[in-house]
Design a binder for this molecule. Structure first.
Ligand code: G6P
Length: 610
């Protein structure tokens, strides 16, 4: 869960690498470092804290070197410190490495290397790699990297440079991301495309176990035996602008405003001229869909709440039994899975370690696996029977927003597709849903361009000093309440609990007293009246009610202290609109409290460790 960038080319690389790190800062930001190969050997620099601290020291590094590696860290083994910051070097200082992921057998390797006389300077698992390369090196960095790789267990991407080979950078990956960028006379390796998007859009996505050798005359890919491999050069369609804030004060706010586009793009070509749903690449025929006995959805964090929307939609429309499982638990239980079961893995990054492990487990047990992900070429897309891509574009803010909406849309489309295949909905019914779905991007655009966000900001600022929030919802409103609570926790650090409103009286109601703010997802639903009874229970305790309601609902005026209206739509589609005021609410609470919303403490965007 760190960011790696490497460069080989004609230009001095220090500032190029640093700019790459800036683009990867969302992957981790507790320390950072850089190594540049120069005539005098490998020169390195490290700093604790975010990239500003490294930037302040950059002048200390030889600006002329044209080969180098850099790293921004999210600590796993060893606290954030200068010693533990990457790149790590061997005993001689001739080799430098950066690593993303975990070397699971590092303790054993470290013990052996210590016994052989190697001197360690950090507490990290990664440092063993530099010493393994030192031990194996016989004139070929490529060979030494392979030998190190073969002794390492776990999941990681590693990149290495050597003083004795000042024209070469070698990278290898195992179940974590690595992408190569092909520029004009210059080449890159990185954890993600934005690191080099300013310089090239031509990329190669290496496979697991590919050894990528970057030299001054190009990028070559080999297998572990040194046999050359052919890997396709692809063109990414993001431009650099897409990776910037485009005038918004934060990535998160920009991404909230990109949600209508995320929905339109994810919907594009998936609703046919007759109003039916057309999904390609699922790896499931209509017959397969009819043969399914049940569905298990595995995911983490925000993606699991999109999964919950999927459960409600699949049950209601396709009449399929669905369980939603947190991947980190699922993978270590003994779930009952078989060929009649479809496992749907939802992961915006497609790289979340627990979700990948859950997918592998489901496949091994004979279940079919369908991945829903936002990232083309991600690991999830390589270990699945089918893929449904969301098309939310690049999301930089650590707290997911537009990818959540795109996931919700994807599961709704999937549920409609399944409902038709299983004969539970006719084309007319499907068309009435897809007609309504097609309206949502426009409704959301109108909402975001209206006074509504400013009103949410004003309400949020009034409640920003609260020490606790509760979020309540029922049916389709429950995943919305859960996601709203997660946003508040993630970026404002205010303890927030989400509960099924009907369940609140069995415990959480004890938390409420005069003035406690309670956010209620009160958009139109068949259980609206039941929800209102729950709201009365809240009011009776003196709590303050902030309701998210459907436009035109006047009945709340006497009940709620604040009403955040959203456009009216069908209940099953309502999460696509109702979650937005909660995203904004969390955003403005965090802002009022002075928190850095794009880089919440202790979190990382892509969790490639379990
Ligand atoms: C991290 C992120 C969350 C995200 C979760 C799952 O915790 O901070 O925003 O929901 O990982 O990520 P995925 O990429 O699998 O959707």
């Amino acid at each position: 869960m760190c960011g790696i960038v490497g460069y080989v080319g004609e230009r001095p690389c220090r500032d190029i690498l640093f700019r790459g790190l800036r683009k990867l800062e969302y992957r981790g930001y507790d320390s950072a470092g850089m190594s540049i190969v120069t005539d005098s050997g490998v020169n390195s620099l490290h700093a604790v804290g975010n990239l500003d601290n490294l930037e302040a020291l950059l002048d200390q590094l030889d600006g002329g070197g044209t080969v180098g590696i850099a790293h921004t860290r999210w600590a796993t083994h060893g606290r954030p410190s200068v010693e533990n910051a990457h790149p790590h070097t061997d005993c001689t200082g001739r080799f430098a490495i950066v690593l993303n992921g975990i070397v699971e057998n590092y303790l054993g390797l470290r013990k052996t290397l210590l016994a052989e006389g190697h001197i360690f300077t950090s507490e990290t698992d990664a440092e063993v790699v530099a010493h393994l390369i030192e031990r194996s090196y016989g004139g070929s960095l490529q060979r030494a990297v392979v030998e190190a790789f073969q002794q390492m267990e776990g999941h990681f991407t590693l990149c290495a440079v050597a003083a004795d080979e000042p024209d070469v950078l070698v990278g290898v990956r195992k179940e974590t991301p690595l992408v190569a960028g092909i520029g004009e006379g210059e080449y890159f390796l990185a954890s993600a495309v934005p690191a080099f998007l300013a310089d090239t859009r031509a990329v190669i996505y290496p496979e697991d176990g590919d050894v990528v050798v970057v030299a001054r005359d190009g990028v070559r890919v080999f297998d572990l035996d040194g046999k050359p491999l052919r890997r396709k050069v692809q063109t990414v369609d993001w431009d650099e602008e897409a990776a910037e804030k485009a005038g918004f004060e934060t990535f998160m706010l920009k991404e909230i405003h990109e949600q209508p586009a995320a929905l339109s793009d994810t919907m594009a070509e998936r609703i046919g001229p007759d109003g039916g749903v057309v999904l390609e690449g699922l790896g499931l025929s209509a017959e397969d869909i009819r043969g399914l006995a049940r569905v298990v959805i595995v995911a983490c964090g925000t993606s699991s709440y999109a999964g919950l929307v999927g459960k409600y939609a699949l049950e209601r429309w396709a009449r399929l039994p669905v369980e939603v499982e947190v991947a980190s638990e699922f993978r270590y239980r003994e779930p009952v899975l078989d060929a009649d079961c479809l496992c749907i893995a939802i992961s915006q990054s497609g790289e979340t370690a627990d979700t990948l492990a859950a997918m592998r487990m489901a496949r091994a047990a004979g279940a079919r696996v369908l991945a829903i992900t936002n990232i083309v070429g991600s690991q999830a897309t390589r270990e699945t029977d089918g893929v449904l891509f969301t098309r939310a574009g690049l999301e930089i803010g650590v707290a997911a927003t537009k990818t959540f909406l795109a996931q919700v849309l994807a599961v709704l489309l999937l549920a409609l597709h399944f409902a038709e295949a299983r004969g539970h909905m006719g084309l007319d019914e499907i068309r009435s849903c897809t007609d309504e779905l097609k309206r949502i991007p426009g409704l959301l655009s109108r909402y975001l361009d209206s006074e509504a966000p400013a009103q949410v900001a004003e309400v949020a600022r009034r409640y920003a000093g609260s020490g606790y929030f509760m979020c309540l919802g029922r049916r389709a409103g429950l995943p919305v309440a859960m996601e709203g609570a997660l946003k508040l926790k993630e970026i404002s650090y205010v303890p927030t609990e989400a509960y099924a409103a009907g369940e609140m009286k069995h415990g959480p109601i004890a938390l409420l007293d005069a003035g406690s703010p309670v956010l209620v997802v009160a958009t139109d639903s068949p259980v609206y009246d039941k929800l209102m009874s729950n709201v009365q229970e809240v009011i009776a305790r003196g709590a303050r009610v902030i309701a998210v309601a459907s436009e035109g609902n006047d009945s709340l005026a006497d009940v709620a202290d604040e009403i955040l209206y959203v456009p009216r739509t069908d209940e099953m589609l309502s999460p696509l609109l109702a979650v937005v005021p909660l995203q904004l609410f969390a955003y403005y609470v965090a802002q009022a409290r002075g928190e850095k919303v794009d880089q919440p403490r202790n979190l990382a965007k892509t969790v490639t460790v379990e």
